[in-house]
Design a protein. Sequence first.
Length: 185
Amino acid sequence: MAKLIYSAIASLDGYVADEDGEFGWAAPDEQVHAFINDLERGVDTYLYGRKMYEVMRYWETADATSGGTPVEQDYAQIWRSADKIVYSRTLRSVSSARTRIERDFDAAAIRHEKARAGGDISVGGPGLAARALGAGLVDELGLFVVPILVGGGTRSLPDHMRLEVELLDERRFDGGMVYLHYRIV
C-alpha cells in the first residue's frame, strides 16, 4: 500500500506563509531543492487544495519559460510525470496535464487510491493536510524548518490535533534549514 505523506516548508514558529500571505522566505536553496527532488521521485500522485494547486502549477511550464537551473528542471519533470488531484468547489478547470478536480474530500476514495497506487501520494497545503490528518490518512510527515520566525500567518499543522509521531530521519542543510521526517504512530 502506498504511503500518504504530508510535506511542508515552514518557519521555526510553524507557519507556511506569513500574515501577509508571503512565503518567499521559504524558497529552498539548490541543496535543499535537490534533496526535495529525491524525496519526490517516489510520488505517484499529488493531492492539492485549490490554493496550493495554483502555486504548484507553475511547474507545468517552468523549465520551458524560465530556463531554470538543472535542479528546477528536474523538479518540473518530476511534477509533470505525476498525477494531480485538486480538491475544490470553485475551480472550474485545470491548466496542467494529468490533473483532475474532485469537488469533495472523500476519505474512502483516498484510502482506495492508497491501496491501488504504484507509488506514494503527497498531500500539499495545510488545509487539505489537516483534513487528511483528521481522517487518519497521513502516514508520514516531512517538515522542512526554515530558520526564521514570522510571528503569524498560515499554520503548517492544525491546531487542536494530537498525534503520536516517531522520528525516522533528520538532516541539517548548509543554509540552516532542517528536515524532520516522522512516521505517524
